[in-house]
Design a protein around this ligand. Sequence first.
Ligand SMILES: *Cc1c(COP(=O)(O)O)cnc(C)c1O
Length: 495
Amino acid sequence: MNLLYNSTRDAEKKMTASEAILKGLADDGGLFVPECIPKLDVTMDELKSMSYQETAYAVMKQFLTDFTEEELMNCINSAYDSKFDTEVIAPLVKVGDTYHLELFHGATIAFKDMALSILPHLLTTAAKKNGVTKEIVILTATSGDTGKAALAGFAGVPGTKIIVFYPKGGVSRIQELQMVTQKGDNTAVVAIHGNFDNAQSGVKAMFEDKELEKELSEAGYQFSSANSINIGRLVPQVVYYVYAYAKLLENEEIASGEEINVTVPTGNFGNILAAYYAKQMGVPIAKLICASNENKVLFDFFRTGVYDKNREFILTSSPSMDILISSNLERLIYTIAGQDAHKNAELMIQLKEKGVYEITSEMREKLEDFSGGFATEEECAATIRKTYERTGYVMDTHTAVAAAVCAQYRKDSRDDKKCLVASTASPYKFIHSVMTAIDEKYASAGEFDLIDELSSISGTEIPNAVNEIRNADIRHERECNADKMKETVKEILGI
Ligand SMILES: *Cc1c(COP(=O)(O)O)cnc(C)c1O
């Protein structure tokens, strides 16, 4: 079967998976979605004994039907290799009464590696398949983790250039250092004077800019996106939910067919949407618990049916979730609108023009798979501290938001199904907040002084990604105002 894709704002025009990956965002500003979510064609019993790479093939071949087996296997094997510090790629760790799916064992120690280590391979394969000869320019807005993961994925990949925008002062020192020390002649990093939403809106505007597209084309370039709106990022993320369920089964933590809940620390809504797709593929997931930090737009949305981004933007200790416009939510809105592209487009126009929209009661009924929660800064810190005191396990600030929300949900709902928490970053990446949560005495210490201390109190090895930046040179110092992103891109490309 050939699965085709269409824009969430135009259901008529269909494309292949490789075309959708190449384009990133549809011309009408919508996001690409598969016509339907395919079912797994292997049983859980078969999946139980599969490696991460084998599971990736079993899941991804269902979505990317115009890739040959050889093409897809090549992409998978180039991505999930020794860049990860564990052979199992995504280990499952039991912490108290929940299961943490550690998605931070890749090159940049955050879950973005799960998808961004494979996207460059999917993209260059897609380019070859479609006879693209232009150089692909990846434009990315990052709230911290995507940027470095995309840079690491694309650095040195022939036929590509990558430009990353991040909010100056809106990312951790370690995140910033990871980006500005990036090697590779095809990489550029720009700090913008604004927040993540400014960066993301700027990138979206460039993708929609026809005149810019023409200028680029004349200079031999074509834009593509590594942001989580690219279907080539979403599909690889479905894999680890299938894998985690199969491993729970293999380890006899659950019985065959037993439903579990999944809690995901959410920003742009990509990771949790992947869990929703995994459920639709046939994984026995009951509730999808969407965990927000104090920027709780999504919590309010699930509670009221009103999405309202008109509010104060709060800088928290989980910066990768400091987001007021969750781009991937559009894919869910399209689904609950009964795949009505026109209805979805209307709501997205309201979001763009007024910053707010309300879904119908009929649409709200289709949200019953989801539950929203949020954690304050204090709750997040208390979760890190108490979990460390009780179990010795140290989690990062983003994961702590999910762990706190998962515990609240359990208490409030009396739903005692086993719960999987998506653990999205290594504690080394947000070390200052993590250590201060454990003990106030660390508050005055510098991030780099805490590295050895964390290693010693948690009994974990210092990740390579951290050792690398301790002595690396700064290679990127460019800054610009949020309204000058387009000019900056042209300058970097020399057009
Ligand atoms: C990006 C990110 C998130 C949010 O994921 P979304 O797919 O954007 O919802 C959560 N935690 C960390 C550490 C991240 O890097």
